[in-house]
Design a protein around this ligand. Structure first.
Ligand code: UT7
Length: 327
């Protein structure tokens, strides 16, 4: 029997503060009607002033560890997928390791923007398949609210804050991560970017004035590439595994836009009751969106032992990725 990584526990956490579309109407020139029709988002969660990305990671991780019945000291590796860590260094994973008292774990961050959780899943899966580690904590977390321009209506209505975590354990048998597929097209790097604060535009009064420390997005261009790419991604992932769409119990897509999710499902001819949706309540939580949605469907009992589920994501880079799991 092959060595596989199996998700033995899931957890998620979103901040208490709710920001509704009606609240946003008071901040920028937008409307609940526009946001609902164009995105499907009704509200999102926003961190409190002192709440950080590692705080969200901690709560999600505790829940995942409890579900898996694994102690922090048994974790050998922590990967945090994020583009909005507590600080550029040390990694948010190191800060989480401290807060969790996961004293035996190596820890690092990984940034593939909204595809980060699946890039992390693939990384963790390969460590487990290679026999390097047997218990890994993988977290997807982002505090987008601190990196979006609250004066830019084209982006500020889209994002929210949150974290989702999974515990992966090595196991022999048919269940677990079956395959992961990662893609990047750096030529389209400027479709979604945060241009300030790195070595190209180090922080300065000018980068502040030019608002370079906020997310910029070519929304419509990104939308078109996403719809084209995601259908092919799902078809190719199933084909690589000789699986029919009808054998899929659930699709868990990145939660960027309901129109993208519906268009993908329609092109595939997949009924929407097999698609996990939560962006109405959380908006786009970037790296956290898939693990939060996964945690919800697991806790609602919507996926059962031996079900095939497919996870797919799309984000800045541009990056896109998928994972097929036998639950
Ligand atoms: O998670 C990473 C991956 N990200 C994505 O996949 C996001 C992909 N893109 C999208 O989800 C959509 O493109 C958006 C939701 C961002 C925008 O929807 P759209 O249908 O592509 O709208 P648009 O950008 O073409 O803008 C249409 C109109 C514009 O007005 P004009 O030029 O037609 O007069 C915008 O100025 O809507 C206007 N607009 C708004 N109006 C009210 C843009 N944002 C808003 C707003 N409220 N918040």
């Amino acid at each position: 029997m092959p060595l596989r990584s199996r998700i033995t526990g899931t957890g998620s956490y979103t901040p208490e503060n709710v920001l509704t579309n009606l609240d946003l109407e008071k901040k920028v020139d937008t409307s609940d009607e526009w946001i609902t029709e164009r995105t499907g988002i009704k509200e999102r969660r926003i961190v409190g002033d002192s709440e950080t990305t590692s705080d969200l990671c901690l709560e999600a991780s505790k829940r995942a560890l409890q579900a898996a019945d694994v102690k922090p000291a048994d974790i050998e590796l922590i990967i945090v997928a994020t583009m909005s860590g507590d600080m550029p260094m040390p990694s948010t994973a190191a800060l989480l390791q401290k807060k969790l008292h996961a004293i035996n774990a190596a820890a690092f961050d990984l940034n593939a923007a909204c595809s980060g959780f699946l890039f992390g899943l693939s990384t963790a899966d390969n460590f487990i398949k290679a026999g390097t580690y047997r218990k890994i904590l993988l977290v997807g977390a982002d505090v987008m609210s601190k990196f979006i321009d609250w004066q830019d209506r084209s982006t500020c209505v889209l994002f929210g804050d949150g974290a989702g975590a999974v515990v992966l354990e090595s196991s022999r048998g048919a269940r677990g991560v079956i395959s992961t597929h990662l893609f990047t097209d750096g030529n389209l790097w400027d479709f979604i970017c945060l241009p300030g604060g790195g070595s190209q535009n180090p922080p300065s009064a000018k980068t502040m004035k030019d608002r370079l420390h906020f997310v910029k997005m070519k929304g419509n261009e990104t939308f078109k590439v996403a719809v084209r790419t995601l259908e092919k991604l799902v078809v190719d992932t199933l084909k690589k595994n000789n699986l029919k769409l009808s054998e899929l119990a659930m699709l868990i897509p990145h939660q960027a836009n309901l129109r993208i999710i519906k268009a993908t499902a329609e092109r595939l001819n997949l009924p929407m009751n097999k698609v996990a949706i939560n962006l109405d309540r959380y908006g786009n939580t970037s790296s956290a969106s898939i693990p939060i949605a996964l945690d919800e469907v697991v806790r609602e009992g919507r996926i059962k032992k031996d079900d095939y589920i497919l996870l797919e994501a799309f984000g800045a880079g541009l990056t896109w990725a998928s994972a097929l799991i036998k639950w």
